[in-house]
Design a protein around this ligand. Structure first.
Ligand code: NAD
Ligand code: LMR
Length: 325
């Protein structure tokens, strides 16, 4: 019997990441080469026409796995029966906008989307927030979806993870495939902590293969500020690499993986307050993320994990004060 298509909802579908993402989903890279999908594209009314243009191009690819496309500006329609939700559309920081303004604007997007997911999505819905501030946007959506298991709301730090792999591989002159157990801790922001004290290269601890000054003054800031460097160079934020990371995150969540990084609701592990959506070292098994336990955290790492987690706590307090959660 033909398999029922998986419904994948993409918000901000007419944006840059959307354009890099949709074709890969339709070609089977998000869920697997034998899994049919229907795409639901959510946009704001002014961008629906552009989304229709992208849908025309999707049609023109004649993807064997793509069984349908719907385009809407109504979250209740977009998330109806959705199995996977990629929350990409977000309000970018404008000139003179304070952090509170940005959180307020995104609360107006992710709150109603969370409620629509709560009311209409399929029972197995999995949500990945990509739009920034991704961790806190995921939290806002989650808090508006009390009927959905909390752990189904995640945020993307896989791009940071992939950036860390690539920087370390270049430094050591090894293929990325030689690097195991990379971890990004905390927020998808400049405070994130890419950890080389647990990463391994050829069975050796990565931090012992590089000098401390490079690790502290080059590696960590290069990974943490890579998003800003891309914006500076391209005049626009990362799009194809962000889409690639979203594909990696969802594929691994659904199909299972050994050690990677994902921002998931904290259960209190490693001193991260419960409920914060923070990046951890994780595995995925039977469709669930699990935090890798039992790692020793030295003072260097502790200080940096605490700093990025503090920022997440501040963002949570700010959205609470704004009445967004
Ligand atoms: P973009 O401006 O090209 O596209 C965003 C799209 O979202 C636009 O088409 C816009 O119309 C749409 N949109 C806005 N509000 C919406 C709403 N309420 N519902 C549906 N659609 C809505 O931006 P982009 O380059 O595609 O980036 C999207 C987001 O992803 C940004 O917030 C960016 O900062 C973030 N980002 C995150 C990561 C990460 O690693 N987590 C990496 C890169 C970019
Ligand atoms: C990235 O990491 O590339 C983006 O989150 C940067 C941004 O601010 O859009």
């Amino acid at each position: 019997m033909a398999q029922t298509p998986v419904k994948v909802t993409v918000t901000g579908a007419a944006g840059q990441i959307g354009y890099a993402l949709l074709f890969r989903i339709a070609s089977g890279q998000l869920l697997g080469a034998d899994v049919p999908v229907t795409l639901s594209l959510l946009e704001i009314p002014q961008a629906v026409k552009a989304a229709e243009g992208t849908a025309m191009e999707l049609d023109d690819c004649a993807f064997p796995l793509l069984s349908g496309i719907e385009i809407t500006d109504d979250p209740n329609v977009a998330f109806d029966g959705a199995n996977v939700a990629l929350l990409v559309g977000a309000r970018p920081r404008g000139k003179g906008m304070e952090r509170g303004d940005l959180l307020q604007a995104n609360g107006g997007i992710f709150g109603p989307q969370g409620k629509a997911i709560n009311d209409h999505a399929a029972d197995d819905i999995r949500v990945l927030a990509v739009g920034n501030p991704a961790n806190t946007n995921a939290l806002i959506a989650q808090q508006h979806a009390p009927d959905v298991p909390a752990e189904r709301f995640t945020a993307m730090t896989r791009l940071d993870h992939n950036r860390a792999l690539s920087q370390l591989a270049a430094k050591l002159g090894v293929p990325v495939t030689e690097i195991k157990k990379m971890t990004i801790w905390g927020n998808h922001s400049a405070t994130q902590y890419p950890d080389l004290f647990h990463a391994e290269v050829g069975g050796k601890i990565a931090a012992e293969l590089v000098d401390e000054a490079w690790l502290r003054d080059t590696f960590i800031p290069t990974v943490a500020k890579r998003g800003a460097a891309i914006i500076e160079a391209r005049g626009a934020s990362s799009a194809a690499s962000a889409a690639n990371a979203a594909i990696d995150h969802v594929f691994d969540w659904v199909n299972g993986t050994a050690w990677t990084s994902a921002a998931i609701p904290s259960d209190g592990s490693y001193g991260v307050p419960e409920g914060l959506i923070s990046s951890f070292p994780v595995t995925s098994r039977d469709g669930k993320w699990e935090i890798i336990q039992g790692l020793e955290i030295d003072a260097f790492s502790r200080e940096r994990i605490d700093a990025t987690v503090r920022e997440l706590e501040e963002e949570r307090s700010a959205v609470r004060e704004l009445g967004l959660i």
